[in-house]
Design a binder for this molecule. Structure first.
Ligand SMILES: [Mg+2]
Length: 271
């Protein structure tokens, strides 16, 4: 486990690691506190595109984790794929609208009503009011030439009551109806990796994957994202992978975030 001794930044998934539907997983809050206390920077890297950054920071604050400036979402990764001034049809939640506008593009909300004028891109993410009219408007815009961008491809996300349909399920509907393969921005894809490397590099210090550890509950999302970043990965069995479940022996596994934090603290003290 000494391969983690150079880790300075922990990229921490939220759903299934810190919380399940905003209910903290036992010990996770204390684990984040301990990792920070041992000198690690903790960034929360989430494929949740529906909520605004302020809402996600506030939800973390409410369970006892100050997170101002520390949340990186798949909406932010999607916005990197847009140009200033582009008209963007948002088939998703407020988090996408926020990221589109911060990028200097124009957010056109998909309400299911016919839109006036062409759009340059359609960005699709999880929203619970998705319906047939919104599907038709999104697919029509893509067929008319708009780029199709998905915030993430996750078909489900974990809740205390089991898996719930995710943004990837909605994206799949738009893909099927438009006949166009989307570009996907969030974990494990390149745009999120580029965003993280931008955040973690400074003018005098290029991004160093050896100083970064990704922690997540989903091998096909968080594990592949670590591979994209070329950083180490630890799988926690507190989300989509059940406690005690046997996983690929090549993957480092912790029971949960507290289990990992104990390791991180120990390593920091050695340094
Ligand atoms: Mg997760």
């Amino acid at each position: 486990m000494s391969k983690f001794s150079r880790v300075r930044t922990v990229l921490c998934d939220l759903d299934g690691v810190v919380w399940l539907a905003h209910q903290p997983i036992a010990g996770s809050v204390d684990a984040v506190v301990r990792m920070r206390a041992s000198g690690h920077r903790v960034l929360f890297v989430t494929n949740n595109s529906a909520s605004t950054i302020a809402d996600q920071e506030q939800a973390l604050q409410q369970i006892g984790i100050p997170a101002s400036g520390d949340v990186v979402s798949s909406s932010m990764a999607a916005a990197r794929l847009l140009q200033r001034g582009e008209r963007v049809l948002v088939t998703g939640g407020p988090g996408i609208v926020e990221a589109v506008e911060r990028q200097g593009a124009i957010a056109v909300r998909n309400t299911g009503a016919e839109i006036s004028g062409p759009v340059d891109a359609v960005v699709v993410g999880l929203h619970r009011d998705f319906d047939y009219p919104r599907l038709a408007v999104a697919a029509t815009a893509v067929r008319a030439g708009a780029r199709l961008i998905g915030t993430n491809g996750d078909a489900t996300y974990p809740t205390a009551d089991g898996p719930a349909p995710g943004g990837g399920a909605i994206l799949a509907a738009v893909e099927a109806a438009s006949g166009v393969t989307p570009q996907i921005a969030g974990k494990p894809h390149k745009s999120m990796a580029m965003l993280i490397s931008e955040i973690l590099s400074a003018a005098d210090q290029p991004f160093d994957p050896n100083s970064v550890l990704m922690v997540g509950d989903r091998p096909e999302t968080d594990g592949l994202f670590a591979a994209e970043l070329q950083c180490e990965f630890v799988l926690v069995r507190s989300g989509v992978v059940a406690p005690g479940e046997v996983v690929d022996s090549e993957v480092a596994v912790a029971d949960d975030l507290p289990d990992l934090a104990a390791l991180a603290s120990a390593l920091a003290e050695v340094d």
